[in-house]
Design a protein around this ligand. Structure first.
Ligand SMILES: [Zn+2]
Length: 124
């Protein structure tokens, strides 16, 4: 996936743009997350496995661990890992800066000046 140098902001039905730096979760990063999830579930299952009443949960965790790992890889690949940018509010034209660590677009916030809620998307 290419790095996208712009953001798209929407306030009150009005659109604006601004410069942004956006990083996405790479395939290697997604594979690493999936591996961590798999190992956590697998060893969690191994620890719980010999406990009499929790035995069934251990079995379920062991059985589910590879699928959980694969799901995490699929879900996290291409996810926005970090996004920072600036824009002028389309409503009141005040300068805004935004920064998000991780998650799925859109990101929410409110204008520092007019307090209108905005949605920010990475612009493709
Ligand atoms: Zn504003």
């Amino acid at each position: 996936m290419d790095k996208v140098p712009k953001l798209l902001v929407m306030i009150d039905g009005k659109e604006g743009e601004g410069p942004a730096s956006i990083t996405y979760v790479s395939l290697a990063g997604a594979l690493w997350r999936g591996t961590k999830t798999f190992l956590l579930a697998f060893f969690g299952g191994l620890i719980v496995f010999p406990v009499p009443l929790l035995h069934i949960f251990g079995v379920l965790l062991l059985l589910a661990s590879p699928f959980a790992g694969v799901m995490v890889v699929i879900k996290s690949y291409g996810l926005v890992q970090g996004m920072a940018g600036e824009f002028n509010c389309p409503h009141c034209a005040a300068a805004n800066a935004m920064e998000y660590q991780e998650g799925n677009a859109p990101f929410y916030g409110s204008c520092s000046h007019c307090r209108n809620p905005y949605q920010v998307f990475p612009k493709a």
